[in-house]
Design a protein around this ligand. Sequence first.
Ligand SMILES: [Cu+2]
Length: 117
Amino acid sequence: MKTVKISIVALLTIVLGANSYAQTHNHSQTTSTKTETLKVSGNCDMCKTRIEKAAKLDGINKAEWSTKTKTLSVTYDPAKTNMEQVGKKVAAAGHDNEKAKATDIVYDKLPGCCQYR
Ligand SMILES: [Cu+2]
């Protein structure tokens, strides 16, 4: 009986150990991300919300825009997206940036406090 108990414990240790190895392994695969910054025009907290929402594409882990530095910091998966795509999306939401410019039509629809030009 004692031997059975011991072998169960041993088995569990092996199973759990293998499992945690698999998890760490997967983890290292999914964290092959890149962080880059992009200068994005804007003014206020409303701009911040709009810019960050626009930047949240598939493959974007984190997008944060600073009202102080006017810089958007993006952490993304290079296999899924790139800074050109982020820039295009942000411009489509009305904010000029290093990669793309907003069209006048989109820009004119921004609330007055957000018009930075
Ligand atoms: Cu604004």
